[in-house]
Design a protein. Structure first.
Length: 113
């Protein structure tokens, strides 16, 4: 897919999240910037671990607008940690809006691959 804009990703993710909620499952829907800011704020206040424990009960996390706003290095690292913690633990929908080369702007460094 060469074009990531106006492809209906948010609409589809919202429908998936709504259906998941209707099934009685816990869902959180964030923009990448808002989640990164929450994580950075909680980390600075020393309450990050408590916040992450409350997120363990969530079965689906949707992160929209990935790549829309460049993130502070610490915020990007915290966001990456949340994403990696989801591996094999819960469902995760990441909705990018960038072309692949601009990943450097979002994560602050080139990917390892």
């Amino acid at each position: 897919m060469q074009k990531f804009f106006n492809a209906g990703k948010t609409h589809l993710a919202t429908a998936i999240a709504l259906k998941t909620c209707q099934e009685g499952r816990k869902v959180c829907f964030y923009t990448a910037a808002s989640l990164a800011n929450i994580l950075l704020e909680k980390n600075n206040k020393g309450t990050l671990n408590n916040y992450l424990v409350t997120r363990k009960k969530v079965e689906l996390i949707v992160i929209d607008e990935v790549g829309f706003v460049p993130l502070h290095k610490d915020a990007a690292e915290l966001l990456f940690q949340v994403i990696s913690d989801c591996y094999e633990q819960k469902a995760l929908l990441l909705l990018p809006i960038w072309s692949p080369p601009s990943r450097i702007l979002f994560w602050g460094q080139p990917p390892d691959c």
